[in-house]
Design a binder for this molecule. Structure first.
Ligand SMILES: [Zn+2]
Ligand SMILES: [Zn+2]
Length: 319
């Protein structure tokens, strides 16, 4: 499976502003002064070797959308945040707008940042396309139809050209979707949220966003660790620091990088991907959180090493 991230920001899209872009350019020019960067190849090599990710790139601004590329003709994605628009355009560019496609979408929950991309999901407007929206969340159809109503949006759901179906999943029960085995998992979050474990050919990816974990609730922690068990990749809601998640932002429905490491260590997972970044955190802060998380894993490691990365729009992870 190839996991492609189209939207990685939590709560709302957070695009990089002109001043932030200029600051990155100024910093790169100063660092590259005297390095003889008189060709594109030399400049690219310098950028790759001497600039941190925050200095050379950005974690991105779109809200949640993750593609699970199963290599087959049908598409599978998790969530319909603003990143779903770019995902949908990429599929049209690949297949051409007139080629009918089938899209399978797992929706974690119906908070706006996870469904706001659907009105801009271009294949929904094209007759011949088939879109199947799956969720354990009981209000999925109501929420998707509701955001197409005026005065907030001018195109009524009923006028969309594609064939759109809603499928309610039962937590804990395996369902075959696009050739993968998918199991849902109830998570602690305001208005409910569900994680999904996606398995295929002996590999497992867990998509677990918008989930609060309370370290003192040992039964719940064990339940989450069992859901993550031996996963090749866990995409994890690491919106807050541990200090925030157990103090001022307790009960806000999100988790921390530290709890992500602890749960993955308990579960024997192989890779942790920090996801649903707090909009307040700039690229340098997310770089720092990633470095702190890697250090925390090293000093608390008891078994095999856990690989850790921070999701960004455009990241691809192969499992
Ligand atoms: Zn969210
Ligand atoms: Zn949410």
């Amino acid at each position: 499976m190839k996991v492609r991230f189209w939207g990685t920001r939590g709560s709302l899209p957070s695009p990089l502003g002109a001043r932030a872009v200029e600051a990155k350019i100024v910093n790169a020019l100063v660092k590259g002064a005297g390095a003889g960067l008189d060709s594109e190849a030399k400049a690219r090599a310098f950028v790759a070797e001497h600039l941190s990710f925050a200095e050379r790139g950005t974690y991105g601004g779109n809200s949640s959308c993750v593609q699970i590329d199963l290599g087959g003709p049908e598409y599978l994605i998790c969530d319909l945040g603003s990143g779903a628009r770019e995902f949908s355009l990429s599929t049209l560019a690949k297949g051409g707008p007139s080629k009918p496609q089938t899209y399978h979408v797992l929706v974690s929950h119906v908070h706006w940042d996870h469904i706001m991309g659907f009105p801009f999901f271009v294949p929904a407007y094209i007759p011949g396309n088939r879109i199947k929206l799956y969720s354990c969340h009981a209000k999925l159809e109501e929420a998707i139809r509701g955001q197409h109503k005026g005065p907030c949006f001018p195109v009524e759901f009923e006028t969309l050209g594609a064939t759109i179906e809603f499928v309610t999943l039962e937590p804990g029960r395996r369902t075959d979707i696009a050739g993968a085995s998918v199991t849902g998992f109830a998570q602690l979050h305001g208005n409910d949220s569900y994680g999904y474990r996606i398995e295929r050919d002996g590999k497992a990816v867990v998509y677990s966003t918008d989930a609060e974990h309370k370290p003192e609730d040992t039964a719940e922690t064990a339940r989450a660790a069992a859901f993550f068990a031996d996963a090749d990749l866990v995409i994890f809601d690491a919106m807050y620091s541990l200090a925030e998640s157990v103090s001022i932002k307790e009960d806000w429905g999100h988790s921390s990088n530290v709890l992500g490491v602890e749960l993955c260590q308990m579960a024997g997972a192989k890779q942790l991907c920090l996801f649903h970044h707090e909009p307040v955190n700039d690229d340098a802060r997310i770089d720092a959180i990633l470095a702190e998380t890697i250090r925390f894993e090293e000093i608390t490691r008891t078994g095999a090493a856990l690989k850790i990365c921070a999701a960004y729009d455009g990241l691809v992870i192969e499992v």
